[in-house]
Design a protein around this ligand. Structure first.
Ligand code: HEC
Ligand code: HEC
Ligand code: HEC
Ligand code: HEC
Length: 412
């Protein structure tokens, strides 16, 4: 961003929203406000809003917006009480004689979580049509849309609503190294997880309207330099956050011990936890596609078919992290944590950072925790392993029929 700003004096910096941490625990609120502080610090002119930013409620987010003075825009999330949009629908930025209008939109098909009772969602096309006209009236000659509508709906919207020059598409969008023109709009796709940054160059005609546009997306790899003061800030935040987590973990463990003497209370609160395959598949689509073809991806359905999904003795090997931190606790968790998933073999997702550096080898012992003499009498690592690794060899002979299978129907 610094080098772009040095090269082009009229730079506008935006974030599409959806940046709050995926971790559900309310302790991760600290990370959420830290990210907002960070965005303000690096000079984000406007950030979009999605249901992710509402996961700690409407009041909490509004308080953070007030504190950080970060501009967040969204034109179609309405506050039932005030009958106004929850945040400003758009912002107008004047930079070097150019007036840029930045509009935010989020999907009207999402669940707003704890904010669902106080807010309502409006049809994005209706909201866009009204606000684009308003921004133009106020002198904006370049209009940018921060969209959390997903790829297809975003593209449909800019073809339906005239006057949007730049579309920043968000919500499970792919990464495209080059943006593309859709009718008169340059559409930019930066992927997920903050691993990329996009740069859109717009040239203007005499009326300051968009003449040409191009977009490039860059990977934020190690070759992109770090800024020492930001790095320091992150380090001190992380140190403080980890200290706090350790302390809370200790306190809760103590409490759990004195109350129940049980391990589960303790395990539930540890910092590392399971996150579910939905997270892994975002970056590992090939492994995910292969996994879907294995019996592991059916393991929960097997129990449902057997009407054993509420039988505690059956659950542990057919789900992720039974009674462990972030793992399967009740059948409500089946959608996210049912089946034998990535983390059953590769370990908790929050330990992922350690995986590439020192991959936790998936060994025979990993399998044996579930494939034991009772459940899987014919288990042979050399024979079974090729069926689960993600590059299944061609012409793999079928496995022998498990003689315990019939017995399992009545409970192993
Ligand atoms: C934000 C993207 C991202 C997410 C989400 C993600 N990974 Fe990864 N993962 C990577 C990258 C990048 C590597 C490095 C090497 C590579 O390209 O395979 C990697 C490597 C790995 C490796 C290989 C380590 C090795 O070299 O042997 C495993 C195993 C793995 N991930 C499992 C998981 C699991 C399980 C999850 C979900 C809990 C997950 N990943 C989620 C990006 C991600
Ligand atoms: C968390 C428990 C668990 C772990 C760990 C586990 N499995 Fe499984 N595995 C299962 C369950 C449960 C099934 C049955 C799935 C179903 O319902 O069809 C299964 C099925 C399989 C099958 C299909 C068997 C068939 O007859 O079609 C193969 C192959 C397999 N596992 C290999 C492995 C290997 C290799 C490992 C270790 C790298 C491993 N599994 C680790 C629980 C586990
Ligand atoms: C110790 C771990 C473990 C427990 C506990 C467990 N299972 Fe399984 N189950 C497995 C494994 C591993 C397999 C796959 C074995 C194989 O194919 O080699 C399996 C397979 C099955 C299958 C056959 C799936 C198919 O291929 O069609 C059924 C049915 C089943 N389990 C039901 C149950 C029921 C019911 C219970 C509770 C009484 C239970 N399981 C408890 C590990 C377990
Ligand atoms: C039954 C166990 C098992 C499950 C379930 C499983 N993996 Fe793996 N995975 C392995 C094994 C075995 C390897 C081979 C490397 C090793 O031995 O560590 C591997 C390798 C990988 C690698 C390294 C690159 C490669 O393809 O060889 C990645 C990345 C990975 N797995 C991601 C995932 C993701 C994502 C999921 C869930 C969608 C998943 N795995 C589910 C056992 C498993």
């Amino acid at each position: 961003m610094d080098s772009t700003k040095a090269q082009y004096s009229q730079t506008v910096l935006v974030d599409n929203g959806g940046f709050f941490p995926d971790e559900g625990d309310s302790l991760y609120r600290d990370k959420a406000w830290f990210l907002m502080d960070g965005m303000k610090l690096i000079g984000v002119d406007a950030a979009g809003l999605s249901e992710k930013e509402l996961k700690y409620g409407r009041g909490w987010l509004l308080a953070q917006i007030k504190r950080t003075k970060l501009t967040m825009v969204c034109a179609n999330v309405w506050d039932k009480a005030t009958k106004k949009t929850m945040v400003e629908p758009y912002t107008i930025v004047k930079r070097g004689g150019v007036t840029v209008g930045i509009l935010g939109l989020t999907s009207d098909k999402v669940d707003l979580g704890p904010a669902r009772d106080s807010l309502t969602l409006e049809d994005p096309v209706v909201a866009a049509t009204r606000n684009v006209a308003e921004m133009k009236k106020k002198g904006a000659t370049v209009i940018v849309l921060l969209s959390s509508l997903g790829k297809v709906e975003s593209e449909d919207l800019v073809t339906t609503v005239d006057g949007i020059d730049v579309l920043i598409a968000g919500r499970n969008v792919p990464v495209l190294q080059k943006g593309r023109m859709i009718k008169n709009t340059i559409a930019c796709y930066g992927g997920e997880q903050g691993q990329h940054i996009g740069r859109t160059l717009v040239t203007l005609d005499a009326a300051r309207k968009m003449q040409t546009a191009e977009n490039d997306v860059f990977v934020l790899g190690p070759e992109v330099g770090e800024k020492p003061e930001i790095l320091q800030l992150i380090k001190s935040f992380n140190d403080a956050f980890n200290d706090k987590m350790r302390k809370i973990e200790k306190e809760r463990a103590l409490k759990a011990q004195t109350q129940t003497g049980g391990e589960t209370g303790q395990a539930k609160q540890s910092v590392d936890h399971f996150v579910g395959v939905e997270v892994c598949q975002r970056c590992h689509m090939n492994e995910y596609a292969q996994w879907l073809t294995t019996g592991h991806a059916q393991a929960w359905q097997t129990l449902v078919d057997d009407k054993k999904e509420s039988t505690p003795e059956c659950i542990s090997c057919h789900v992720v992290g039974y009674k462990q931190a972030g793992g399967f606790q009740t059948s409500d968790d089946a959608v996210k944590l049912g089946n034998v998933q990535c983390e059953n073999c590769h370990g908790m997702g929050t330990q992922h950072e350690a995986m590439p550096a020192s991959p936790q080898k998936v060994t025979e012992a990993t399998c044996r925790t579930c494939h034991n003499a009772t459940t899987s009498p014919l288990f042979d690592f050399a024979v079974f392993q090729p069926h689960v690794v993600h590059k299944t060899p061609a012409n793999l002979p079928p496995l022998p029929v498990n003689p315990a299978k019939a017995k399992m129907k009545s409970g192993h």
